[in-house]
Ligand binder design. Structure first.
Ligand SMILES: *Cc1c(COP(=O)(O)O)cnc(C)c1O
Length: 397
């Protein structure tokens, strides 16, 4: 059994704060600060460049990739960490399109994260072979997969509504018609059980700074199914994806398997934060995190709907169709969220009208959920959000 009292004790949230934004930026674990100090003072400061070998810096992207693999149903040796998610989406989509050269449609949905769509547009333009990005409503994806589609590129859990795609059914349909799949797991990893291998996913990529708590700008990870890993042609053919980086050959030869998805020098400081953050998952079963998340989300929804009638649920009502955040609409959602944040309840806002609340059982429990609804009800019934200071727009919402 997962001991949530233990996982809670690994996080040190500021007093008076109820943090419901771990879906956007997870908090640090207690060990993170010491781990970073140790890295800077002993490995970097003490051993200097020797640490590339002695501290295993160069192999961290694979070791941590394997650890993440346990959370997303990926066999050992199929995940590597590095770069940002946008870059990993570019690499995987490019590889998938290259595997299906006779087709030119990239299918995605209107709920996908804009960066993924922008990346697809930019890649299509660069390839100059007439690829088009076709967007349909999330509900229409399955029926839109036909034999013109080269690649189905989706984010499994919608960043705004938390609506969840059926990865297995969509992947099966894609394969039936000869298409490949690229899955963005930004809002899945550490939030819901994922079975990449079982679903037959071809490619996937995800974040480590959301539910994995590795810190702002922490690197992404990329998955390539074993059957593709030795044949894909990397477009970002950087030296660390080369078969023998330290031979310094003039010609590129792709490295073995997932190694070829590496690009350049690993972000060692960020990897140290990731390593420590992942240790919070020792002894934690994703299924139990999911069960706790559903219980807390159901409580949150029922309390909000009972006490805050101005708010309209934007997430699917059926927990099986949701990820691990809950969104509500309100015409003045931005100001309501600012008023909440000023009172220590931190969620976030996604234009045009959506307030998001992340449910992260590793460090959030029933007490926090109930207390957050108390504050939300107070902000709404007393119209505290009408104060002018809550209407000033900041860059990051
Ligand atoms: C958070 C998020 C990203 C972020 O990409 P970065 O390159 O790490 O900034 C991409 N896709 C989705 C679906 C996200 O939620």
């Amino acid at each position: 059994m997962t001991d949530f009292a233990r996982t809670r004790s690994l996080f040190n949230l500021p007093p008076g704060v109820i943090y419901l934004d771990g879906n956007s930026l997870g908090p640090p674990t207690i060990g993170t600060s010491d781990a970073l100090t140790q890295l800077v003072q002993e490995e970097w400061g003490g051993q200097l460049i020797k640490s590339w070998n002695s501290a295993g810096w160069m192999t961290q992207p694979r070791i941590l990739g394997d650890r993440i693999g346990q959370l997303v149903g990926a066999p050992q040796g199929t995940i590597v960490v590095g770069d940002t998610l946008s870059i990993k989406v570019f690499q995987t989509l490019a590889a998938a399109l290259d595997m299906n050269p006779k087709r030119h449609v990239i299918l995605s949905d209107t709920g996908n994260f804009p960066s993924d769509l922008y990346i697809a547009e930019g890649l299509a333009r660069m390839l100059g072979r007439g690829h088009t990005l076709k967007l349909v409503a999330p509900e229409a994806v399955l029926s839109a997969i036909d034999n013109e589609v080269a690649v189905v590129m989706l984010t499994e859990v919608d960043y705004r509504t938390a609506r969840r795609h059926d990865m297995k059914a969509i992947t099966r349909r894609a394969h039936e018609v000869g298409a490949l799949t690229v899955w963005d797991l930004a809002h899945s990893t550490g939030a819901i059980p994922v079975d990449l291998r079982g679903a037959g996913a071809d490619f996937a990529a995800g974040c480590t700074y959301k539910y994995l708590n590795a810190g702002p700008g922490a690197p992404a990870f990329v998955y390539v199914a074993e059957e593709h890993a030795d044949s894909i042609q990397p477009v970002l053919s950087g030296w660390l994806g080369h078969e023998a980086p330290f031979s310094f050959d003039l010609d590129y030869r792709a490295g073995r398997g997932i190694e070829r998805m590496r690009v350049g020098t690993p972000p060692v400081i960020a990897l140290a934060a990731l390593q420590t953050a992942l240790s919070a998952w020792e002894g934690v079963a994703v299924d139990e995190v999911r069960a706790a998340s559903i219980e807390l989300s159901e409580l949150f929804i029922s309390e909000v709907e009972r006490r805050c009638r101005e708010l309209i649920l934007a997430s699917p009502r059926d927990p099986a169709e949701r990820g691990s955040h809950v969104s509500f609409r309100h015409g003045e959602g931005y100001a309501v969220m600012q008023a909440l944040i000023a009172r220590g309840v931190i969620g976030d806002f996604r234009a045009p009208d959506m307030m998001r609340f992340g449910i992260t059982p590793l460090y959030i429990g029933e007490r926090e959920i109930r207390a957050a609804v108390d504050v939300l009800e107070d902000v709404l019934t007393r119209r505290l959000w009408t104060a002018p200071e809550y209407h000033k727009k900041t860059f990051v919402t």
